[in-house]
Design a protein around this ligand. Structure first.
Ligand code: GAL
Length: 444
């Protein structure tokens, strides 16, 4: 818009250099140009002031709910006079985005801000690539108002290294309420419930479980199953760098068997789709259940479905009261052109109570703050938030979503699980040995 206004202004300038009559007309054009630009600038002002500093933000939020949540951040930031230039790299789970981001950082072309989370964040903090946010955190009393698990995730060497957006719950089982009512089923709380429901659905030609064979999606389901079959103490060991020997436990085999059982609840032979495809199958009632991080819940809502009415959500069987978490964070990268003031402004905006509520409602995650009113959350979100808030709850870091593993490890684990699910001749014991080899290698 403003380029257009400048164009008019230039036309007016050219005309001014000719005769008097033309000069009069040119004056008019000039005035028109000025009026137009005067009218246009305030409208740009509504977004961000003229010459507003802008932050380049690299992330992987491209689905409807992810986009809506990011747009809420953009609006809150614009109200503070800072622009947001979007660098969205598609690909659920962020595998592609992290590759692009890493090569840009290596080439000295780091964006100002990026979705750097969990282990990637702490590794990058160690390399000095990330701007510490201690001043912002102190002004905003982050240490007093945020969940300890959130502070621990964004801290390195006692310093705060990123702005936390929200907490996702990975051990989430979504089910289509209309299917449930039609078939008169009880909410699925055990594997047995799922089996009974699956039988009833098959008789109606409904796919019991929506599924995708993308490695990161298989790994997302697997870690929830690992928690279910192994329990929180074993899972915590499996997720710790030095706990590699616990991958020899027989419960890992049980989890692999359960994973195959779940895969068989989807009748399609091959399905390597983005996560929004199984989510859509659940929404339309083509499938009855879906195990996925609760960003899928955000997506259903972005498509107009209501929690409690159109879909229900429960913890994956045998994980009630446990929270397998993935915490989304934006890190402020140290680039060639310092934008510290704007980066700190963004961090401040992210942590504010208003942004926390509006962003997380759209995203499907829950606020990182302890001082919000849980009554304002829907049923699924409330259970997630209250599990985080309850003293003594088992809170476990997601391996697949980088809370407990470096990028190369999570990718390698995903490949093994993918092969295991796709190739029936691979036994659970063989897959276990391969998983063990990866984590043992990563521990050394
Ligand atoms: C996760 C991320 C979520 C969500 C999901 C699907 O890794 O934490 O915010 O976007 O991937 O892409």
């Amino acid at each position: 818009m403003r380029i257009h206004a400048t164009g008019l202004h230039n036309i007016a300038k050219r005309r001014l250099s000719t005769g008097v009559r033309r000069r009069a007309r040119a004056g008019l054009a000039l005035m028109l140009g000025l009026v137009l630009s005067a009218r246009m600038i305030p409208s740009a002002n509504a977004q961000t002031p003229p010459q507003a500093p802008t932050l380049n933000v690299l992330h992987w939020w491209t689905s409807a709910s992810e986009r809506a949540a990011a747009d809420r951040l953009v609006q809150q930031l614009a109200a503070q006079g800072v622009g947001w230039h979007d660098d969205a790299i598609p690909g659920g789970g962020g595998g592609a985005a992290i590759k692009v981001l890493t090569s840009r950082v290596l080439a000295g072309e780091a964006p100002d801000v990026a979705q750097v989370i969990g282990r990637t964040l702490t590794d990058w903090a160690d390399l000095g690539l990330v701007l510490p946010l201690d001043d912002v955190a102190q002004r905003g009393r982050w240490r007093q108002v945020m969940f300890p698990v959130v502070l621990q995730t964004v801290s390195r060497g006692g310093r705060i290294m990123a702005a936390p957006l929200g907490v996702h719950r990975i051990n989430t089982l979504l089910y289509n309420r209309h299917v449930w009512t039609r078939l008169n089923l009880a909410p699925p709380q055990s594997w047995h419930d799922m089996e009974v429901a699956a039988k009833a659905m098959r008789a109606q030609r409904i796919t019991p479980l929506a599924w995708s064979d993308e490695p990161w999606q298989i790994a997302t389901v697997f870690e929830a199953v690992l928690l279910a079959e192994g329990g929180p103490a074993l899972y915590a060991e499996l997720a710790s760098t030095q706990g590699w020997s616990s991958w020899q436990d027989a419960r890992v085999v049980a989890a692999l068997q359960r994973l195959r059982w779940l895969r068989d609840l989807d009748d399609e032979a091959t399905t390597e789709e983005p996560w929004t495809t199984p989510a859509r199958k659940l929404q339309t009632g083509q499938a009855g259940m879906f195990i996925m991080g609760d960003w899928a819940r955000g997506e259903l809502m972005a498509w107009g479905s209501q929690p409690g009415t159109d879909f229900g959500c429960v913890p994956v069987p045998q994980t009630a009261g446990m929270h397998l978490y993935s915490i989304d964070t934006l890190a402020m990268l140290v680039g060639r052109f310092p934008k510290r003031a704007e980066q700190e402004r963004l961090a401040e905006v992210i942590a504010s109570p208003a942004t926390q509520m509006t962003y997380n409602q759209a995203k499907g995650s829950v606020p990182v703050r302890m001082d919000i009113d849980p009554a304002a959350l829907d049923e699924c979100a409330r259970d997630s938030w209250q599990t985080l808030a309850r003293p003594g709850s088992a809170l476990l870091p997601s391996i697949t979503h980088r809370m407990a593993a470096v990028e190369s490890t999570r990718e390698a684990l995903g490949e093994v699980l993918h092969r295991f699910v796709k190739t029936r001749s691979v036994t659970p014991q063989q897959a276990q040995a391969q998983l063990l080899a990866i984590v043992r290698g990563a521990a050394q």
